[in-house]
Design a protein around this ligand. Sequence first.
Ligand SMILES: Nc1ncnc2c1ncn2[C@@H]1O[C@H](COP(=O)(O)OP(=O)(O)OP(=O)(O)O)[C@@H](O)[C@H]1O
Ligand SMILES: Nc1ncnc2c1ncn2[C@@H]1O[C@H](COP(=O)(O)OP(=O)(O)OP(=O)(O)O)[C@@H](O)[C@H]1O
Ligand SMILES: [Mg+2]
Ligand SMILES: [Mg+2]
Lengths: 227, 227
Amino acid sequence: MIHLENIAKSYVNGDIRVEALKNIHLHIEKGEFVAIMGPSGSGKSTLMNILGCLDVPSSGVFTIHQQRINDFSEVELAELRNQTIGFVFQTFHLLARLSVLKNVELPMLYRGVSPKERRKRAMELLGKVGLSDRLQHNPSQLSGGQKQRVAIARALANDPDIILADEPTGNLDTMTSMEIMDILSDLNKQGVTIILVTHEEEIATFASRVITVRDGNIIEDTKDALT
Amino acid sequence: MIHLENIAKSYVNGDIRVEALKNIHLHIEKGEFVAIMGPSGSGKSTLMNILGCLDVPSSGVFTIHQQRINDFSEVELAELRNQTIGFVFQTFHLLARLSVLKNVELPMLYRGVSPKERRKRAMELLGKVGLSDRLQHNPSQLSGGQKQRVAIARALANDPDIILADEPTGNLDTMTSMEIMDILSDLNKQGVTIILVTHEEEIATFASRVITVRDGNIIEDTKDALT
Ligand SMILES: Nc1ncnc2c1ncn2[C@@H]1O[C@H](COP(=O)(O)OP(=O)(O)OP(=O)(O)O)[C@@H](O)[C@H]1O
Ligand SMILES: Nc1ncnc2c1ncn2[C@@H]1O[C@H](COP(=O)(O)OP(=O)(O)OP(=O)(O)O)[C@@H](O)[C@H]1O
Ligand SMILES: [Mg+2]
Ligand SMILES: [Mg+2]
């Protein structure tokens, strides 16, 4: 379903050149639950940004459902992201001038969902992540873990087929982390593909497959170990 | 050395009122290594902001070395923060328009350290956190864990007596986390007081005392358990 072949990604800024991803081969089937682990700076978020169609590879082929994403226009990419992919960012990226509720409604607005429906779904999702009493707060009026949970609720807003979560429990205590992982496990049981970056073993155990990244390459994939 | 008595902190924004801290009593001696744990939204960062003189309590007494911090002017607070306290923020707060190197030099600039000395110390600290090859990068050109490490290096710039670290390893893989904890342990052995918020048990074990916060109150303190 998701296929990366010979994927490389370099950042070039003046005389700074960083080869964030060197040569990535990756095939992920629909409905898998994949954990990505690896050292700080090894390329995990860069890989997630490519999978999430937020960034383009410098070279290589990237397909989803056999469609070549490399050939998509900006508009087509935005539409794919909005309808198919839910992204939880490592640094949240909430909109500072919108309330918690409006932040979660935003993806639905782009999809043309009615105001009444948006509000209902946003409140339901925020209830699931334990933030029913923070709906009118602004992101600056939230704790770190609360911001993270708003980012998670927002990623689920459009009922995505694929959830990409970059360190979704990095700022959460153990009990709250387990609540979040239960939500993701339930979605996975319903057929949603989950790809999550984590540095915590207890979180990686929720996945059925672990990919280890180091220095821009995949150095281990438990799927290979089993075949 | 650090003394909080009957400390309360409320946030009031229009008709939103949140009692982030309800009634905090806390005494921390010089040279202690304290871990603060507790659920998301329980008040840990709010407590850290008061300890770090970044925010004032709504009521109660706060003293450091028997000086009443409640009575300090803005200027006196800024000076105390700059010279005595190193703060690692949960969301880093790096300056977007400065290079990694300049971000770490900044606290020393305020203290009047020479450009040559600042550069030397900043490079040494960034080397310690494994970022020697990222000195000229801008924060937006760093991974999440790299930003976190720059925030850690910056907190150490002025050789503080007290280090307040809010989830300093939240975005770091296990190996890099251990390198950071070794740096903090070494500083603690040299007499630096360390207060760190974490949700990870493996990180809390580096501390000699664990305080648990829930709903704006301290519900457990391993120091009491031992007396
Ligand atoms: N500016 C503000 N206005 C209103 N409420 C606030 C504000 N800042 C924080 N809060 C609330 O105060 C409470 C405590 O926040 P705090 O950031 O101290 O929690 P925390 O224990 O650090 O949580 P986390 O583990 O998620 O980082 C939270 O419920 C939060 O919503
Ligand atoms: N815009 C950029 N310009 C230059 N280099 C960049 C840029 N963005 C990221 N990098 C570099 O690319 C490498 C990979 O970054 P990435 O964010 O993918 O790492 P990561 O594995 O997610 O790390 P972490 O665990 O710390 O979040 C890092 O070494 C980083 O410094
Ligand atoms: Mg990352
Ligand atoms: Mg916090």
